[in-house]
Design a protein around this ligand. Structure first.
Ligand SMILES: [Zn+2]
Length: 266
């Protein structure tokens, strides 16, 4: 199975799996961090261990299954506390069944794939990672940042010495804020303003193979502030149907930046 990989910094490998979700390696001198772990359909443990020759920890940016379900491949994963229930829900038989059928329909797997084993795989061995934790990788430090909005527990990982932030889905070009587990828009806006004060210059998201400049956060903020039902389009997403869902988007040069939100928020 083909995974795309980029190596934008000497210490970063950023992958995208065939289902369109990313995971990354932050490779320190003594220790590494794996950011997110995919759906678990493909064995990304084997893949990433080709790139790592030190101990490593796996940290999920949030509880959604595309970022956490592959956790069972690893000895242990770390999750933000406020997304633990979401993580359990997103690793249900029902969610896994939908996911495997989706992969089958897209011909990413064949009929021979052992679907039952995947669907019934127990939860990963997990531990909570606290906001503010600083992890020493030997030659760099990574801090866990609260980035609530997309989900209540979403976190970012800030590589302090290199001013690089991993945002998962918490700050991304088309943010989904209409989910049951999302906060209201005002909370998301406050989070963006707070995170913009942090000392970083670039960031990497959970679905794109691009390193973005910090100034893109200003566009995220602008879009979130401007979005209201009168200037937005009504939308619905297969498997994520929710009432009163709207999308507002704007072009900033080549970048389409938008927000999908619910109003009124349930
Ligand atoms: Zn997500």
């Amino acid at each position: 199975m083909n995974f795309n990989v980029i190596n934008p910094y000497p210490f970063v490998y950023h992958f995208r799996d065939p289902q369109g979700v990313c995971f990354s390696i932050i490779k320190g001198k003594d220790k590494a961090i794996v950011v997110d772990c995919g759906y678990g359909i493909f064995n990304i443990r084997e893949l990433i261990e080709n790139y790592i020759d030190t101990p490593y920890m796996v940290i999920c940016t949030h509880g959604h299954m595309d970022h956490s379900s592959g956790g069972f491949l690893f000895d242990k994963i770390y999750l933000p506390e406020k997304d633990i229930e979401l993580y359990k829900k997103h690793n249900s038989v029902e969610k896994r069944t939908k996911n495997i059928m989706d992969a089958l329909n897209k011909q990413l797997i064949t009929d021979e794939y052992d679907k039952e084993t995947y669907i019934n795989m127990p939860l990963a061995n997990y531990e909570i990672i606290e906001i503010g934790t600083v992890i020493d990788l030997g030659d760099m430090h990574v801090e866990i940042i609260a980035m609530e909005g997309h989900t209540k527990g979403s976190i970012g990982l800030l590589v302090k010495e290199h001013k690089l932030l991993f945002t998962g889905d918490a700050a991304i070009s088309m943010i989904w804020m209409f989910l049951e587990e999302s906060t209201d828009k005002a909370t998301y806006i406050e989070m963006l303003k707070r995170v913009m004060k942090l000392d970083f210059t670039h960031f990497i998201t959970g679905h794109l193979m691009t390193v973005f400049e910090k100034k893109i956060f200003e566009h995220y903020l602008e879009v979130a502030i401007e979005a209201k039902p009168e200037n937005s389009e009504r939308v619905t997403f297969h498997n994520f149907e929710r009432p009163n869902t709207f999308q507002y988007a704007k072009k900033f040069n080549d970048l389409n930046i938008g927000i999908c939100y619910q109003e009124p928020k349930e």
